[in-house]
Design a protein around this ligand. Sequence first.
Ligand code: GTP
Ligand code: MG
Length: 175
Amino acid sequence: KVGRQPSYDYRFKVLFIGDRGVGKSCLFQRFQNPFYNVLMSTMTIGLDIDNESFKYDSKFVHLEVIDTAGQEQFFSVQAMYFRGIHGIFLVCDVTNRETFHHIPRWLELAHLHCTESNALIILIGNKIDQVEKRQVSYDEGQALAKCHGLSYMEASALDAERIEDMYRNMIQLLT
Ligand code: GTP
Ligand code: MG
């Protein structure tokens, strides 16, 4: 354990925020474990941290990913979680319009507490597999993101490929 500190080309800290129940933990867990049972996900208390390192475009990337609790809406995510964060996945649930309406408030919180002046925020519209229950269209998500200068992506915790795309996109925009 001595002197074997791996060196990375990039080290990033990425944070998940958004209302309770939008699927943050599912998107977070499925990244570290593709066999994570999405349907068994339970409410997050406090926060969860995962460290992953991999090769991306011939560069060694180290990601520290932090999952937070949406429990008490904007009050449970504390200022300290934003310290040193490079990228944020701001998640809403396309089957629950209220979570979409709360996006501006989450953005205020992020802008207030981010210590990195150029922290990158990607808006994620999750649960698109629930076609019948959809309340927020792709165009609405895209428009809101654009209005705030963010990227927009749609996801489903049941779709591993889209989750991979989310992370790939984040790293691409950060590097
Ligand atoms: P908090 O930890 O309370 O802030 O919630 P969270 O955002 O972490 O939500 P979580 O990932 O625990 O998911 C909440 C519920 O939504 C669970 O019952 C999941 O099974 C379900 N869920 C999450 N993502 C998806 C998705 O993409 N599609 C479907 N159909 N269900 C999902
Ligand atoms: Mg959670």
